[in-house]
Ligand binder design. Structure first.
Ligand code: SAH
Length: 219
């Protein structure tokens, strides 16, 4: 592995291990998720000037008014998505830095990720290449519509919050599939888990969260 990927000092494996220990103390139980986060170097997903803060448990700016999600929330959403067993094909709305997609790529067969800001998408693509992650497909588009060409998905995750659940996403969920996303206006968002059965969609409303809003259209 190159020294940039490996990291030193505040970006070293030891620092990454400390973050994983913290996530365990905060209640993340899935060993698979913890291992994936131990492996993926988060400092690659932020600008160099912020690399020394990459293993703090906080969201960080990635430009274009967007943020890389807090590690705890990445771990939590991934754990919820995979709670009932492994998933094959997962769609992510809001590629952003690409960190969440990279973590998912270690845990599922194929990740499909869409992003409305072209510049962010291009950077994420370069990072996946640098890390040798080959099971991620990217698309520059408005994710409110999902990605019909590859539907249905066994899992769907959104990392930006719409005011209400987009119906197009529910329609692209396979029977038995799971969708986890923040829903609601800024200041009043809750994490929602939908499980699709043959007859209906079951909804669980989970914890309060704080995500950037899902914005319509491309940029
Ligand atoms: N998963 C990202 C989090 C990025 S923040 C990470 O790990 O870094 C959420 C992202 O959703 C932003 O990059 C934002 O541009 C994107 N986004 C917002 N509305 C969108 C939409 N309608 N379609 C696709 N992406 C959207």
């Amino acid at each position: 592995m190159s020294s940039r990927l490996q990291g030193i000092g505040m970006t070293s494996q030891r620092t990454r291990n400390r973050l994983v220990e913290r996530l365990m103390r905060e209640g993340i139980r899935s060993q698979a998720v913890l291992e994936a986060m131990r492996e993926i170097p988060r400092h690659i997903f932020v600008d160099e000037a912020l690399a020394s803060r990459a293993y703090e448990d906080t969201a960080l700016p990635i430009g274009h008014g967007q943020t890389i999600s807090q590690p705890y929330i990445v771990a939590r959403m991934t754990e919820i998505l995979l709670r009932d067993g492994p998933l094959r094909r997962v769609l992510e709305i809001g590629t952003g830095s690409g960190y969440q997609a990279a973590v998912l790529a270690r845990l599922v067969e194929e990740v499909f990720t869409v992003e409305r800001v072209g510049a962010l998408q291009r950077k994420a693509r370069r990072r996946f290449r640098e890390l040798g992650l080959r099971n991620i497909r990217l698309r520059h588009c408005d994710g409110m519509e999902g990605w019909r060409g590859y539907a249905p998905f066994d899992g769907i995750m959104a990392t930006a919050a719409p005011p209400e659940l987009p119906l197009a996403l529910l329609e692209q969920l396979a029977v038995g599939g799971r969708l986890v996303m923040p829903v609601g206006r800024p200041g009043a968002q809750r994490l929602v888990l939908i499980t699709r059965t043959a007859e209906a969609c079951e909804q669980e409303v989970l914890e309060t969260v704080s995500f950037v809003p899902l914005v319509a259209g491309e940029a």
